[in-house]
Ligand binder design. Structure first.
Ligand code: HEM
Ligand code: HEM
Length: 136
């Protein structure tokens, strides 16, 4: 298993733990419902998407009988997806408690980074799965 594959799976479980903690905190103190976006995206982009990236990078090329075309892009995607997610949620939270245009801009910037990470996955997967095997 590639290192970045294992790393995706490990961080996804960490995000699940943190988001479950935030979820229970939101039930405990309704004022924390302003962090619903943080809870839902820790889950959807952290837990669900990163688990799918990890399992997908490992298993989908095997289903197609080919190696992953660009493992280096997979490694890069790991960092871009994690920095994008953490930055987006950090500045979103800062903006909830201290609204400013700077915090909004930073949230959007890191959100854009997250979108870029999705494009990297999309490209790498299609470049691996779509080409037809050479016929002899
Ligand atoms: C200990 C586990 C969890 C707790 C205590 C919890 C708690 C909550 C709470 C209190 C809300 C706000 C509901 C409201 O708007 O009234 C919420 C929303 C949400 N949760 Fe969780 N949650 C948990 C696990 C999960 C998991 C595992 C996922 C996804 C895989 C998830 C996905 C979401 C999403 C997407 C929303 C937003 C729903 C919406 O806005 O309609 N949650 N959760
Ligand atoms: C770059 C990636 C993403 C960005 C920038 C983003 C941004 C947003 C924004 C701005 C909202 C509205 C929040 C509000 O009403 O305050 C939202 C809601 C939501 N998004 Fe995303 N999203 C992203 C990816 C995803 C993905 C991949 C999923 C699911 C797999 C998802 C699931 C949801 C859900 C369930 C809600 C409604 C719950 C909530 O209000 O928190 N998002 N998203």
């Amino acid at each position: 298993m590639d290192r970045f594959v294992k790393n995706f799976i490990i961080v996804s479980i960490v995000y699940l733990g943190i988001s479950a903690f935030v979820g229970v905190a939101m039930l405990w103190d309704q004022s924390l419902m302003s962090l619903k976006f943080v809870h839902s995206h820790l889950n959807m982009l952290g837990w669900v998407s990163m688990m799918i990236y990890g399992v997908g990078y490992h298993i989908l090329p095997k289903f197609a009988g080919k190696p992953l075309k660009y493992p280096k892009i997979g490694e890069l995607q790991f960092w871009v997806a994690n920095i994008g997610l953490i930055g987006m949620l950090l500045f979103y939270t800062m903006n909830v408690y201290n609204p400013s245009q700077m915090n909004v801009n930073a949230t959007v910037l890191f959100g854009g980074m997250e979108v870029f990470s999705i494009i990297l996955f999309f490209y790498n997967m299609l470049a691996t799965l779509l080409p037809k095997p050479a016929t002899v």
